[in-house]
Every structure is written in C-alpha cells, then in structure tokens.
Design a protein around this ligand. Sequence first.
Ligand SMILES: Nc1ncnc2c1ncn2[C@@H]1O[C@H](COP(=O)(O)OP(=O)(O)OP(=O)(O)O)[C@@H](O)[C@H]1O
Ligand SMILES: [Mg+2]
Length: 348
Amino acid sequence: MANIQLKHINKSFGSTKALKSLDLEIKHGEFFVLLGPTGAGKTTTLRIIAGLEKPDQGAVFIDDEDVTNLQPAYRDTAFVYQQYSLYPNYNVFDNLAFPLRSPIRKISQSEIQTKVQEIANLLKIDDKLRSSVTSLSGGEMQRVAIGRALIRKPNIFLMDEPLSSLDAKLREILRLELKRIQMEMEATILYVTHDQVEAMTMADNIGVLNQGMLEQVGTPAEIYNRPCSTYVASRLGSPRINLVPTSLFESEVLPPGTTTLGIRPEDILLKDNHNHPSSKQKSAMTWVDGTVSSVENLGAEIILEISVNGEEVQAIADPEKNYNAGENLELSFLTEKALHFNQDGQLI
Ligand SMILES: Nc1ncnc2c1ncn2[C@@H]1O[C@H](COP(=O)(O)OP(=O)(O)OP(=O)(O)O)[C@@H](O)[C@H]1O
Ligand SMILES: [Mg+2]
C-alpha cells in the first residue's frame, strides 16, 4: 500500500506544455481513474510517477517520501503500458516470471511456477504459457502485460488504458477482476482510460484532465451528477449529455447567468414515452416540437436523435415503441435534473 502526491507539476516537451501546475493526491488503496482526451497529459502523469520522466518543476511523493529524484527501480510501481511491451525473445511463462526472478527477491523455482500458473489462470492464458509472445494476438499480449504487473504485488499500479485492445467480453471480465484484485490486495491504482464505463464502474475517484490541468476530482457519482463544467459534463455519459442554449426550452425559471442547459439523454421526456412514469412528467415545464432525425436501436433501449429548432438533442426512448425517422414528437426534460452553465461553461 502506498499513497501518491503530485505537487505543482510542470512538464513541457519543447513548446508543448504537457502538464500545468498539476496537483494530485491518491490515497492508500484507492482506485483512481484519470480521464481526458488524447494529448491531455495522462501518460505523462503516469511516467512522472514511475520516474520515467522528470518534471520541470514540482515534486512527487510516494508514501510521504519525496521521490522526485529517485530512479524508477527505487519506486515500487508496476506499469502497464498503452501498447503491450513484452520481451519478444521470451515465451509467455518467462515474461510472466520475469519480475519474480530478480536476484533481490530470492523466490524459489516452485513458488514462481505456482504464481505464474495462478496469474495465467486468472487471465485465461494458461494454455499459452509455452508459446512465444510474438505468436500471440494483441489481446493475448495485453493479458500477459497485465499479468506481469499483477504478479509481483507492487505498492502502486500505473495502468495506461490496459484493456483498450481487448474485446468487449474480456474487458468486462477483466474490469471486474482488476477491481476485485485491487480490493483484495488493497493496492493503489492510477488507471488511465477513455472508457467511461471503466471509469464509472472501477473508480473510487475520478480526475478529469483538460490540457494538462486537473479540472475536477470526485467520485463517479459526483462527476456524473455535478460536473463543474461543460467540459467535464461531456466526458461521462453515453450517449453524451445534451448541451443546449436556454432558448430551446422557454419559460424556464433559471438561475441568473445561465446560457447553457446540460440535460442527460435519460432526463429528456418524450410525450407518451412509457419509459417515464407520469409523476415524473409533472416536473416538465415546457413541451417543444421536434422531429426524429435518427433512431438507433440498442436492444434494451433506443437512442433517438431529435432535431429541435436547429439543435440536435439525444434522448433515450422505450424500445417497445416504434419510432421512425421523420416523425414529429413533443419533448421536454426533468427540470430538477438539468444542469445550468454560464457562458464560460462553468456550473452555476
Ligand atoms: N516524449 C515526448 N516528446 C514530445 N512531446 C511529447 C512527449 N510525450 C508527450 N508529449 C506531448 O505532451 C502532450 C501530452 O501527452 P500524453 O502522452 O501525456 O497524452 P495522453 O493524455 O496520454 O494522450 P493519449 O490519450 O493520446 O494517450 C501531448 O501533446 C504530446 O504530444
Ligand atoms: Mg497516453
């Protein structure tokens, strides 16, 4: 177990400011997810904690000790890279066993055998132990890379989109497994992802990075329900939150300064939509006319794109009902669920 603190980290590559005065605190045994679009500085943050990159300014603390000038080997972290990085000349077994074979560890051959087998079973690669890693599929290689990090039980795991190259089913299994292992080991994990399902389901806390700056830190529920800005609001939720001008739904009593309404697709009301009980519909203030521009049937729900006064609004609809493109309908929203943003995109 270990905690991590980053204090006022600045890091530039040439003229690119990758991190700008970044402060971050991750507690013992916490599963912390870093969210942000490409180029936001996620990998750079992980590399600075691992010691693979040195900050221009600021300090890194692990377990309250200043490790800013410490070599990577002296920080007890395990890194799972965005792209699998295995030893190509070794087979799967030897790749998994590698971290255990360090002379300072003095782990017996039979213990190594047991641990490798255990991890291989967990990640469902036990039938590949004697295969060369170059013969593996991308998903299999990534499982070996995750296994190599898990096998050694370090204090801190740094994971850079470790599941992104896997198929949906395996992702789901490993998502649960990683969370289970983390709780069992009480490990501290800093996990980078683009995948909001991973963020929502695994994180104790989520940090949202925006161009090298941390825009908000909070629990998944806080980030989802009370995003501090339109930027954060649009990072979580699928389909995305609707960010529409206040003029779209008139006669709303709004806090002064509101220019944009944030309405989640599940909070859009459709007249006669069986999804929403009628008691909920009472809170709808105004109904406006829209035209269905596309219908996406996901089985358990339908996602409608509705054109309203030149704006596109996404709504979740009842799959039992038969919606068609071109159809006219009336829509509104749950007023108590709407978020109010000012012209700078900040939550009011
Ligand atoms: N070694 C490097 N040399 C030059 N520029 C770099 C280097 N590493 C990172 N950068 C730049 O720093 C910024 C942040 O990069 P980083 O890799 O941390 O982003 P990221 O959030 O991990 O993005 P992605 O989701 O695409 O992996 C980017 O603009 C990137 O081009
Ligand atoms: Mg990256």
